[in-house]
Design a protein around this ligand. Structure first.
Ligand code: HEM
Ligand SMILES: *[C@@H]1O[C@H](CO)[C@@H](O)[C@H](O)[C@H]1NC(C)=O
Ligand SMILES: *[C@@H]1O[C@H](CO)[C@@H](O)[C@H](O)[C@H]1NC(C)=O
Length: 549
């Protein structure tokens, strides 16, 4: 074969690469925006904007130097990205879901694990799934969650009482226990299935989910991950351990959860036939009923696969987020004993109205206990202050699927440092990755004042004007995002967390250990022992019994 046949595609390929690395970036309109310099030719700013240990400071410096519309470097010179620290731009981007999508790369990664559920779907598919799912999260459907959270909270209390035995205090990794608790809660609330993982971690389906989610956050080879995103067939041709694990987990989930879905369907149809409607309150039942409701058009209905993918999605999106948030709250309360005492006093103020032994409460009493809890102002303030200060999802990514003019609240700086005081917008070219930092807004000193980085639940007594300006999805913080793709599990999470705070704080006292705990952003912001990243996520605290006098 003449060499030319091999060479010309090769040369074309090289030219293509060179064009995108050297030439195209020079004409990218994003280049008119200011941004931090790149240290090495292949340097990037990903750690600067993703690592929660440095991001508060980095964002502050960026705003001082470049304003709130910043150009940063992604994987290489061909990958100029936008970091927006401007609230109006943020709103515009999360609102316009037709233009700004989640990048196909991250969607493919999520889909390869849990299937294409609400978290990774786009366009019509997403709209359909979300429409069917939202009724399941309504206030009246959350009643049974109160009961589930309460029962699981008591199991967790008992587990810690066992750990303590006759000692006065013990070092407990609260993160690991809370993670099992939220898994149990979402298992029951999601599809009426008891993992029983607080007691032991042997349930087959529990292990399948756990192992699969570990893959999502494992520190495997970055190269292999990228390769399998861009060339998924590589996984079929050369499966490695990760691929085999995921395969095994998927089989279990398909078999066990698939059976649960069929059983539910039978219960519902039996209920219809006998005239005694099945009244399951788990998300699976509600999803199936919602899909069957008369006011949906045929194209708005979802399939069996969609159902399974969304149950997987609830498991994935609803377990670690809540358990990490509770972990950080206990950690912050351990660091601030005064606030912990004040919160406990408030919680005990409603405890008198109910039997001393929590396991004796009737279902109605559990409901009225929860109603009392949701009316407690300091509990609410501590809950949202923790969610503000350490949002489990540090930041998220979008990609512009077409050129767009993005409005801003603050003037946009130019590359040469000058500022056009009148212009309040800038152009984003198609294909640009946009970093949306939840944390940056939650910790913005221009919004919250000089103490924005401190844990101060009392700030909510007297919120600055600027914080009230952007209600977002929840309480002026971006922790649950905003717009049409904001978290549907907000109410779910609040019920679960407040119930657990009540049970844990009226039974235990939390103190810091000698160990220093730091944050790392591995999909979510997780606690690690300082310098011991390899030991995995953990948050040991000194736990002792609290007995009211
Ligand atoms: C403290 C707890 C939680 C936090 C901080 C949280 C936060 C978030 C955030 C920030 C998003 C947007 C993600 C993005 O745009 O990239 C999201 C989406 C989502 N969350 Fe939550 N979440 C929590 C609990 C839950 C729970 C308990 C559930 C379900 C039971 C849930 C289900 C979902 C789903 C399905 C989505 C995707 C929505 C869509 O794309 O339309 N979340 N969550
Ligand atoms: C949703 O409803 C459609 C139309 O009734 C039906 O064909 C489909 O199987 C249903 N999906 C599930 C998961 O039951
Ligand atoms: C918590 O915040 C609310 C405002 O949302 C306020 O009414 C309440 O008194 C707060 N503070 C305390 C100490 O409970």
């Amino acid at each position: 074969m003449p060499l030319i046949y091999i060479l010309s595609p090769l040369v074309a390929f090289l030219l293509y690469i060179l064009y995108h690395v050297l030439v195209a970036p020079r004409f990218n309109v994003l280049r008119t925006l200011p941004g931090p310099p790149v240290q090495k030719w292949f340097g990037n700013h990903l750690q600067h904007v993703l690592n929660p240990i440095v991001t508060p400071k980095v964002h502050e410096i960026f705003v001082q130097r470049y304003g709130r519309t910043v150009r940063i470097r992604g994987l290489g010179p061909w990958d100029e990205r936008l970091l927006t620290l401007d609230p109006v731009s943020f709103t515009h981007i999360v609102k316009n879901t037709a233009i700004y999508e989640k990048p196909w790369q991250s969607r493919r990664l999520i889909t390869s694990l849990i299937g294409c559920g609400m978290l990774s779907a786009e366009g019509q598919v997403h709209k359909r799934q979300r429409r069917v799912a939202l009724p399941a999260f309504s206030a009246q459907n959350m009643r049974s969650l109160v009961d589930i959270s309460f029962k699981k909270g008591i199991q967790l209390r008992d587990a810690w009482v066992d750990v303590l035995g006759s000692t006065t205090s013990a070092r407990i990794d609260v993160c690991q226990f809370l993670s099992r608790t939220t898994f149990d809660v979402i298992g029951l609330a999601g599809f009426d299935y008891n993992f029983n993982s607080i007691r032991d971690e042997t349930n087959e389906l529990f292990i399948a989910y756990k192992d699969m989610f570990e893959v999502a956050i494992s520190q495997g080879s970055m190269f292999r991950t990228l390769l399998s995103i861009y060339l998924p067939t590589i996984n079929q041709l050369f499966p490695d351990n990760t691929v085999r694990t995921v395969q095994r987990c998927k089989e279990v989930i398909h078999r066990v959860a698939g059976r649960l879905i069929q059983e539910k369907k039978e219960k519902i149809s039996e209920g219809e036939k006998s005239g005694d409607p099945y009244d399951g309150k788990d998300l699976l039942t509600l999803l199936l009923k919602s899909n069957a409701s008369a006011d949906l058009l045929p194209e708005q209905r979802i399939s069996d696969d969609d159902i399974l993918n969304n149950i997987n999605t609830f498991m994935f999106a609803g377990s670690d987020t809540s358990s990490l948030s509770m972990t950080w709250t206990l950690f912050l309360l351990a660091q601030h004993p005064n606030i912990q005492d004040r919160l406990r006093t408030e919680l005990l103020s409603i405890a008198d109205k109910f039997p001393r032994d929590l396991s004796e409460l009737t279902e109605d009493q559990v409901q009225s206990l929860h109603t009392a809890l949701s009316g407690l102002p300091f509990l609410h303030n501590v809950t949202r202050e923790s969610l503000r200060l350490i949002p489990p999802l540090h930041s998220t990514l979008r990609v512009a699927t077409q050129d767009d003019e993005v409005p801003t609240m603050y003037p946009v700086h130019r590359r040469d440092g000058t500022v056009d005081g009148t212009k309040r917008s800038f152009t984003v070219p198609r294909g640009t990755f946009v970093h949306l930092s939840v944390e940056a807004f939650n910790l913005d000193k221009a919004v919250w004042g000089e103490d924005a980085w401190d844990f101060n639940p009392d700030r909510w007594d007297n919120l600055p004007e600027a914080a009230q300006q952007h209600p977002w999805h929840f309480s002026s913080i971006l922790t649950f995002s905003a717009g049409p793709r904001a978290c549907p599990g907000l109410r779910f999470a609040l019920i679960e967390m407040k119930t657990l705070y009540y049970i844990l704080l009226t039974n235990f006292v939390f103190k810091e250990t000698e160990d220093k705990i730091t944050k790392h952003n591995v999909v979510l912001t997780r606690p690690y022992l300082s310098g011991k990243f390899k030991d995995g996520t953990q948050c040991p605290l000194l736990v002792s019994r609290f007995t009211p006098t």
